[in-house]
Design a binder for this molecule. Structure first.
Ligand code: FAD
Ligand code: PHB
Length: 397
């Protein structure tokens, strides 16, 4: 068994794990990252695309924002399509902040490059990762790599290994509480190399179900339609996808859509989920390992960033002060922000999707949207949440 030591063992090299590694490195704290997949596999996953201002600020602080500033697209508003009309929520003029369109893949690539440049240790294709003694004072992580068994002694373990990871699952059920909601539909997403005919994101509520027109760059679109959980990707030819997307977007947008071949197509279920607490002895959970939001509010990636921002501060202050106080504050501090993002994501999902067979809910949805389009206060509230609540205000006790 090969034995090594680090201060923080990070499980998972998604955005949460990689960013935590980078923030710790800049704070002079040593970390090793263990990732089950290969780097190419991690980079091949197409996921989120909208960054809050607070996320951009953290990436700047982490020293990985140069390409983001050069290539990211700043959006000062978003649109909502309803009953044949489009309504703009003017984020910037309402709340003074914008969002940045920059793919999770690009952010991950920037973080991987920064990590390689500083020579920090990342083990890709680490198998059978197992957490030990996190409830005591000498935690360890074991794994298999290159046909050999390895063990890492550490001070702390950061579980950044997503919803299906091993970290949360290592904690006995009686020590954690879970809150969840499953939605009766999924999102079918398509990526295509074609210049976006829309300049801002359009979230469409239509009688045929939800659709979203998004983008990744001046030459690449990302589009979604609400679909059945029973649907398989193979049932959705490109022609069927674009036909459905155009119908849901309405005539004005439909006329502009090019039927480009997809370069990626996948179905994701929609779920709300939170585990409490986020700290178990010397194990901390962050990102999707701790919570899931339906993607309608574009909050998943942004929440992973605020979690690891708080976690790096907690670990940094703990090493500086030698006290438990910063570590004790991590979970309650995160959870206050997490629940607010859960609320917003749940609200966006309820207002924009088709929930068949509930006539009262349909009337409420229409009323809620009409109120939003007519009320400055309602638009302010949506904008305030969409651009992201401030890290510290949301965290205030
Ligand atoms: P992840 O990105 O899941 O990273 C976790 C990492 O841990 C992975 O690399 C995984 O391979 C690794 N890992 C897992 N188990 C182990 C193990 N046992 N040992 C070692 N490593 C392990 N958000 C949006 O805002 N918009 C979207 O359109 C959107 N689409 C999504 C589509 C899908 C299919 C999914 C799953 C999520 C999507 N999200 C979206 C959410 C967003 O991408 C996530 O919130 C974000 O990836 C969270 O980052 P993370 O680092 O916490 O977790
Ligand atoms: C995306 O571009 O993938 C995207 C954008 C906004 C969302 C969800 C996904 O709310």
């Amino acid at each position: 068994m090969a034995r090594t030591r680090t201060q923080v063992a990070i499980v998972g090299a998604g955005p949460a794990g990689l960013l935590l590694g980078q923030l710790l490195h800049r704070a002079g704290i040593d970390a090793t990252i263990l990732e089950r997949r290969s780097a190419e596999y991690v980079l091949g996953r197409i996921r989120a695309g909208v960054l809050e201002q607070g996320t951009v600020d953290v990436l700047e602080q982490a020293g990985v924002a140069a390409r983001l500033h050069a290539e990211g697209l700043v959006h000062e508003g978003v649109e909502i399509g309803f009953e044949g009309r489009r309504h703009r929520i003017a984020l910037k003029s309402l709340v003074g902040k914008a969002v940045t369109v920059y793919g999770q893949t690009e952010m991950t690539r920037d973080l991987m490059e920064a990590r390689a440049a500083c020579g920090a240790r990342t083990v890709y294709e680490a198998g059978d990762v197992a957490l030990h003694d996190w409830a005591g004072s000498h935690p360890r992580v074991t794994f298999r790599h290159g046909g050999e068994s390895h063990e890492i002694d550490c001070d702390f373990i950061a579980g950044c290994d997503g919803y299906h990871g091993v970290s949360r699952a290592s904690v006995p059920l009686e020590r954690r509480q879970e809150f969840s909601r499953e939605y009766p539909f999924g999102w079918l997403g398509v990526l295509a190399d074609v210049p976006p005919p829309w300049s801002e994101l359009i979230y469409a509520n239509s009688a045929r179900g939800f659709a979203l027109a998004s983008l990744r760059s001046p030459t690449r679109v990302r589009c979604y339609v609400q679909c059945s959980l029973q649907d398989k990707v193979e049932q959705w030819s490109d022609a069927r996808f674009w036909d459905e997307f155009r119908r849901r977007m309405g005539e004005e947008v439909a006329d502009l859509v090019t039927l480009a071949p997809s370069i990626e197509k996948s179905i994701a279920p929609l779920r709300s989920y939170v585990v409490e607490p986020l700290r178990f002895g010397r194990l901390f959970l962050a990102g999707d390992a701790a919570h899931i939001v339906p993607p309608t509010g574009a909050k998943g990636l942004n929440l992973a960033v605020s979690d690891v921002y708080y976690l790096h501060e907690a670990l940094r202050d703990h090493y500086r002060e030698g006290t438990e106080r910063p570590l004790d504050e991590y979970s309650p501090r995160c959870l206050r922000r997490i629940w607010k993002a859960e609320r917003f994501s749940w609200w966006m999902t309820r207002q924009l999707h088709l929930f068949p067979g509930d006539a009262f809910a349909l009337r409420m949805q229409r009323t809620e949207l009409e109120y939003l389009f007519d009320s400055h206060a309602a638009q302010f509230s949506m904008a305030e949440n969409y651009v992201g609540l401030p890290f510290d205000e949301a965290a205030r006790a």
